[in-house]
Design a protein around this ligand. Structure first.
Ligand code: FE2
Length: 364
């Protein structure tokens, strides 16, 4: 009898501890009244445990997804939004004490950075393995792609004939001297683009390309991808390198200036006859410090399901990473295209080299 009471006491203490580690808020963790100590009760408590998400994405559609997940599972998602690199720094600073269970960010190069700082842990999930092609997840399963984006060439429909520009290499031709708009080398999108050329063509060729881009720049790099598109319409240059979803967002913007600019632009998926167009992802990883792994993995899996993928891509004009989900109509209207045959883990592995090359050629 005495020992039974003791076991009951220990079990109750465990529930209280589990509740606290689950990150559940005080209102939700009503352990004082639990008089059952069965495993079922413990599982239930854990299932109700909230998860904490650090995300560099800041789109309304994502919020809708989190709500949908909570509706389906009863698991609350606490979202902390921030700039991608600052969130990595924060995870580093917080270490094991971090409350974060999950980290979402754009670009495989950045996910690799988080992995190499030991901020992520490996996840073994059949659902993730089934829904995400191998190419779009880490070899060690520390990160998984959620959406894809293509890095395309936008051009002014009046001033440029699309047949004159079929590849990334064409941007370095004499004919485009002073006409190329592209953001700075500090941004991971261009670092990954150069990294992809290192993988495809070797360092020497990648450097030649980067030098050619610097030679042809319309201006010193400034602003984001969208600013390059606007600069085309303002007449500062004729062609710009940008991610597809920015065009989608501009075309569907409430600001007339954005819509007008985007309508003036044509889209080229470069290198269709050769190595294919550069495709990158935004993706998710389970943090090394996660206190609520089970629920966090459920959330990761949810984001790769058909419904979530549709919502994810539908309103933000990204391509679904799950191949069984069709892209949004606008993306379909741009047509199918050949992607680079590059494992995205290789982008991260070549990131440092890419930065070095860009510095050497004076890409600001
Ligand atoms: Fe972006």
């Amino acid at each position: 009898m005495k020992s039974k009471l003791f076991i009951g006491f220990i079990a109750m203490i465990s529930i209280i501890i589990l509740g606290a580690c689950g990150g559940a808020s005080e209102e939700d963790t009503d352990t004082s009244e639990s008089d059952t100590t069965s495993e079922e009760q413990v599982t239930q408590d854990k299932e109700q445990g909230e998860i904490n998400l650090y995300t560099g994405r800041h789109y309304d559609t994502d919020d809708q997804l989190y709500e949908e997940f909570t509706k389906e599972t009863g698991i609350k998602v606490n979202v902390i939004k921030g700039k991608d690199d600052e969130l990595i720094a924060r995870l580093e600073r917080e270490g094991e004490a971090s409350e974060a269970d999950l980290f979402i960010t754009a670009d495989a190069g950045r996910l690799h950075r988080a992995k190499s700082k030991d901020l992520l842990q490996s996840v073994d999930s059949d659902i993730l393995a089934e829904n995400i092609p191998e190419k779009y997840r880490d070899d060690d399963n520390t990160w998984f792609g959620l959406t894809k984006r293509a890095r395309i060439i936008a051009y002014d429909k009046d001033r440029v004939r699309p047949e004159d520009i079929q590849s990334y290499e064409d941007l370095t031709k004499e004919a485009f001297k002073g006409k190329v708009l592209i953001r700075s080398s500090e941004n991971v999108y261009n670092q990954s683009l150069v990294a992809s050329f290192i993988v495809e063509n070797g360092e020497e060729e990648a450097k030649k390309w980067a030098q050619g881009i610097v030679n042809n720049m319309a201006r010193e790099p400034k602003g984001g991808d969208r600013d390059q598109a606007i600069a085309i319409v303002a007449g500062e240059g004729d062609v710009a390198v940008m991610n597809t979803y920015y065009l989608g967002l501009m075309l569907n913007s409430e600001e007339e200036e954005q819509v007008k600019a985007a309508e003036q632009l044509g889209v080229i998926f470069p290198n269709q006859d050769t190595t294919g167009t550069h495709v990158n992802i935004s993706g998710i990883g389970l943090t090394a410090s996660s206190k609520n792994k089970d629920n966090a993995i459920k959330f990761m899996e949810f984001l790769t399901t058909e419904d979530a993928q549709k919502l994810f891509s539908g309103a933000n004009y990204e391509y679904p990473v799950n191949p069984s989900v069709e892209p949004a109509d606008l993306l379909k209207s741009w047509g199918e295209f050949k992607e680079q045959d590059v494992e995205l883990t290789e982008l991260g592995e070549n990131n440092e080299q890419a930065i070095k090359i860009m510095n050497e050629v004076g890409w600001k």
